[in-house]
Ligand binder design. Structure first.
Ligand code: 3H9
Length: 694
């Protein structure tokens, strides 16, 4: 069966790509397109051609696996397909339905015109894979839509809704039946003898580029694109698309694509792409287990987490009740929701209409009786087991019999919470990350009695809410927070030994974290961190550094009090000699001689214990695979995606290095800092994570 079918409709050849699941442009598709285009060109009865796709998709672009193979691609290449289109003497129209992404959109932009279904989305998301478009996307997008739109869209990689694509000039018409409209457009263009329009030759949008545009844009992305390769090469290519002849701009883009494709950043981001998809697969839960439909939801607790979770549902079009007993707390929560939506409208990330539609889906509720209609209830009350058990007892009576009862706990025992209900098989953890309507991670936690259908439902919910879902086992801190404990503790041990908050944060920010660990502590509140720490029991051979306690005792609670590990003026952090005095006093009290600590040691001592605990988590089955941990850290903890996540990063450097660090730390830090047995096993043979099952 051919992956590109050919038919004619009233003198127009229709070439349909059918390469499930997403019509990736593998070799067979490229060959099929060339063959179809030649046939259309040679058939005197054909006046025009239309390119379209089945599988509810035009094309998701180049085949990522094929690019990854590292082998030279077999001709015809995408560029050969495009050369055929541009050489054609008959009109060629692309009909875009579903998604047209990456190389898929690049093919469409090469056609003379484009029709687009109103629900379709287009985009050049290559940057998310650490790539730049490699088939003339930067040139043609820029020439059709102008450099401002191109810079924003291609460095961000977002999917552009059809209406916006029309507005900026990427597509020429919206039509419910994009294929029929494309056939008509092709026929009419042929009948009128309309000049064939090639995006590469369009000049209107690049004629008067605002002086300083590119310098300014480069300045604006300095923070967001720090350490990355692709965004900068994209800006260079768009600039060339404006300033240079098409051939030169294409050559520059191509060189950028090759440099990015061969970079470790692309490998790491590709790992994350596939890991996110792999994380959805739960052994023992096959396609026969159907998730329950989630048509309506309820959230208990209108604090920061609760309101964020409610917004996540509303943003996905799911009506949600927000329940809070005290009227003033409920009103505060709703006010917070309104102000978040107002902020999104002001920043331009949401249209006024969409914000209003989402807001209208969030309805207040003050008593439990109102919750009977929800398919899922997410509890987001204060992190206290007794309180949560009480809430679940009430929910058990109030919620619909089939409803799933989920808890947003970040570390408590799911089974102890489930025990307060008569339906433990419908109880599960859904750990959202703050701000819940923004953060992409959903860490689902399986209780010992959670049913396969309950798990399938919350995993599917992740997709519905646009989040990366990972399934964790039930233990203190689950995957993310359990590992984080070692990271936070080590930062303070480093302070005791001679590092400064500035050095530690700089090392981690240079590595790619948006914020270093001490700046994060100041943001979250040092008192909050201390409280969590006090709730934890440490084994007898371990200790906490006294630094956090002393920082809190000095009234340095963090940003909220204007001082913590730093002093704050507004939101800018400033070094404070008082903090160093406090830290030096701790070193003295502990009898530690302060020394200068190399940056590399800081990096490894912060990340290796995290990876070590990750190995234990995999060994215990708390995480199903190392890749799941990477998904958790990239989407929930600010780990730079272009480094692939902690487990991937450690594997690239060699797992034996983690073992070495842990062997150095265990004698002073305690037994839990000993190398994880799994790591020792793998490191002994120089193997990677894949060897763990053998
Ligand atoms: C590119 O185009 C380079 C060019 O500029 C230059 C070339 C010279 N290839 O995400 P889903 C698989 S770079 C191969 O679960 P959804 C995916 O792994 C490319 N496979 O579905 C999954 O497999 P499985 C630029 C791909 O509905 C299955 O399809 N394009 C590709 O949630 C379903 O995917 C992109 O970066 C691919 N290109 O989302 C687009 N895409 O079932 C990347 C998907 O075995 N793709 N698969 O796990 C996406 O963003 C989403 O997949 C999409 C559908 C939005 C299309």
């Amino acid at each position: 069966m051919s992956v590109v079918s050919y038919r004619t409709a009233g003198g127009v050849a229709v070439l349909t790509i059918d390469n499930p699941p997403v019509n990736a442009l593998s070799h067979a598709v490229r060959a099929g397109l060339v063959e179809g285009l030649e046939r259309a060109a040679g058939d005197a009865a054909v006046v025009a051609a239309v390119l379209c796709g089945t599988n509810a998709c035009f094309s998701a672009g180049a085949d990522i696996e094929e690019i990854a193979s590292g082998l030279a691609l077999q001709a015809p290449l995408l560029a050969d397909v495009q050369a055929r289109i541009e050489a054609a003497r008959k009109p060629i129209v692309a009909a875009l339905e579903g998604t047209a992404l990456g190389g898929g959109l690049e093919i469409a932009l090469t056609c003379h015109w484009r029709t687009c279904a109103p629900t379709a989305r287009v985009g050049l998301p290559e940057v998310k894979l650490g790539l730049i478009p490699g088939a003339g996307g930067t040139l043609r997008f820029t020439r059709l839509a102008g450099p401002e739109s191109a810079l924003e869209a291609i460095t961000g990689g977002a999917q552009i809704p059809a209406a916006r694509a029309l507005e900026v000039g990427l597509v020429d018409a919206l039509a419910e039946d994009a294929v029929a409209a494309a056939i008509e457009l092709g026929r009419q263009a042929a009948a009128d003898g309309r000049p064939l329009r090639l995006a590469r030759d369009c000049g209107d949008r690049i004629r008067s580029v605002r002086p300083g545009l590119f310098a300014e844009f480069r300045r604006n992305i300095t923070r967001r694109a720090r350490g990355q390769l692709a965004p900068w090469r994209i800006v260079d290519s768009i600039e060339a698309a404006c300033m240079q002849p098409p051939e030169a701009a294409l050559a520059l883009e191509r060189a950028g694509f090759v440099a990015c494709r061969d970079s470790p950043q692309h490998q790491a981001l590709r790992h994350v792409f596939f890991a996110e998809r792999e994380a959805r697969r739960i052994p023992g839960i096959g396609a026969e287990v159907k998730p329950l439909p989630v048509r309506s939801a309820a959230v208990i607790g209108a604090g920061t987490m609760g309101t964020g979770i409610a917004m996540s549902f509303a943003n996905a079009g799911i009506p949600v009740l927000l329940r809070e007993a005290a009227p003033d707390a409920l009103e505060r929560g709703l006010a917070q929701v309104r102000s978040q939506y107002d902020g999104s409208v002001k920043r331009g990330s949401l249209t006024r209409e969409r914000a209003a539609a989402a807001l209208a889906l969030i309805r207040p509720a003050s008593d439990y009786a109102a919750l009977g209609s929800a398919d899922i209830v997410v509890e987001a009350v204060f992190e206290d087991l007794r309180l949560k058990q009480e809430v679940f007892g009430l929910l058990d009576r109030a919620a619909a019999p089939a409803a799933i009862l989920a808890t947003n706990t970040s570390s408590l025992d799911i089974d102890a919470i489930a025990a307060a209900t008569s339906r433990p098989e419908q109880v599960v953890g859904t750990h959202f990350f703050s701000p819940a309507h923004v953060m992409k991670l959903l860490e689902n936690v399986r209780g010992s009695r959670s049913s396969p259908q309950t798990l399938a439902t919350v995993m599917a919910l992740g997709r519905t809410l646009g989040k990366a879902a990972v399934l964790a086992g039930n233990c203190d801190g689950f995957i993310g927070n359990r590992m984080l404990m070692f990271y936070g503790a080590e930062a303070e041990f480093l302070l005791e030994e001679g590092a400064t908050p500035e050095q530690i944060d700089r090392v981690m920010e240079d590595f790619g974290f948006a914020m270093g660990p001490l700046a994060v502590r100041d943001l979250a509140g040092n008192d909050v961190g201390l409280l969590i720490r006090k709730g934890r029991k440490l084994p007898a051979d371990e200790r906490w550094s006294p630094i956090l306690e002393r920082v809190v005792a000095a009234g340095r609670l963090g940003q909220k009090t204007g001082k913590g590990f730093y002093r704050y003026e507004g939101r800018s952090r400033i070094s404070d000699p008082e903090v160093l005095t406090l830290i030096e006093a701790v070193s003295r009290d502990l009898g530690l001689k302060r020394r200068s600590i190399p940056d590399q040691e800081i990096l490894e001592r912060l990340l290796h214990p995290l990876v070590n605990e990750g190995a234990r988590i995999v060994d215990e089955g708390i995480a199903l695979r190392p890749g799941d941990i990477d998904v958790v850290y990239v989407n929930g903890y600010g780990f730079p995606a272009y480094k692939g996540g902690p487990m991937y990063w450690a594997e690239q450097a060699g797992l034996e290095r983690v073992v070495e660090t842990m062997r150095r730390l265990a004698p002073t830090h305690g037994a839990r800092w000993r190398p994880a047995p799994l790591l020792e096993r793998l490191a002994a043979t120089g193997a990677g994570w894949d060897a763990r099952a053998r």
